[in-house]
Every structure is written in C-alpha cells, then in structure tokens.
Design a protein around this ligand. Structure first.
Ligand code: ZN
Ligand code: ZN
Length: 169
C-alpha cells in the first residue's frame, strides 16, 4: 500500500468524521439505514467482536447493571404497581358485573314466585329443565328460556363471535 494512499484514506476518514459531527441526525439515519440493509453483516460483525471481547462485554454489562440498578428497581416496582392496579380493576369489574347478575337472578326468582314471569320450555329444543338467559341485564324479566346445554352453547357461540365480550346470563 503506497504511502499517499494511507494518508488519503486518513484524510477521507477525517472528512467523514467531521461531516458526521456536523450532521448528527443525518449520520444516525444513514447508520440506521445501513444497519437495516446489512443486518446480517452487522450482526456477524458484532458477534465476532463480542466473542473476541467476552470480558469487555461482561464488564460492560456489570457497569450497566450497577449504573441502572436504581432505575431498574423503580421500573420493576412501577410494573408491579400497574399490575396491582389492573388486578384491582379486574376485581372491581368482576364484582360489579356479578352484582348485577345476582340482582337479575333475584328479580327473576321473585317474578317467578309472584307469577309475573312463567318458565317456558327451552326455546331451542323444548326441554323442560330450563335456565333464564338474558340478552340485556337492564331488562331482568326479558328472559329467554334455555336448557342447560343450549344455554351453554348459546353463550360460547356468542362469546366466540364477539371475541369474549358476551353479555347476559
Ligand atoms: Zn335445549
Ligand atoms: Zn345466558
């Protein structure tokens, strides 16, 4: 390799370093673009470097862990808090939904007792052993009578149709 070429390449490197310093965003974007177009090469290079510098990598990881211990503890705590809140919300929703279900169930029982509501046969197969099915909890006496198996079937069909957000009992 002739002398001048080495010098020229150094100049070229310096020019491109200066250009990158002046155009940080652009340089970053070009770097990203290069990375996307040469992912495998980039990965192989980085793997080669990592396998040759295992100690450096370990040390780097140790330092990173130490520097971010606090941060990571906070992140974990906040994840736990969010999760706790989610569980509480789920329980609230469950309780509210079933409180309503319980009220509707009671209303049906009272109406049957008073004669305001009469049990019918399963509207699908005519069986006499039936359960009350509600399309809408806000109308507790608007009941469709279904045998246990048709009731179940109706719910699972509706559940799969609307992705789990089925209503009614
Ligand atoms: Zn039936
Ligand atoms: Zn039902």
């Amino acid at each position: 390799m002739p002398e001048w070429s080495e010098e020229k390449r150094a100049q070229q490197r310096e020019r491109s370093r200066r250009w990158r310093a002046r155009h940080l965003d652009k340089a970053r974007e070009l770097g990203r673009k290069w990375y996307h177009e040469n992912k495998e090469q980039a990965y192989a290079t980085s793997q080669r470097w990592r396998s040759k510098n295992k100690e450096t990598v370990l040390e780097y990881n140790r330092k990173w862990d130490a520097a971010h211990r606090e941060e990571r503890a906070q992140a974990a705590a906040s994840r736990r808090a969010v999760n706790k809140e989610k569980v509480a919300e789920y329980n609230r929703e469950y309780r509210d939904a079933h409180r309503l279900q319980f009220r509707v169930y009671k209303a049906v029982g009272r109406a049957l007792k008073s004669g305001a509501l009469k049990k019918g046969a399963c509207s699908a197969c005519g069986a006499i052993e039936v359960e009350a099915h509600h399309e809408d909890y806000s109308r507790p006496l608007d009941v469709t009578w279904l045998c246990r198996s048709h009731h179940k079937r109706g719910h699972s069909e509706r559940l799969s149709r609307v992705g789990g957000a089925g209503r009614g009992t």
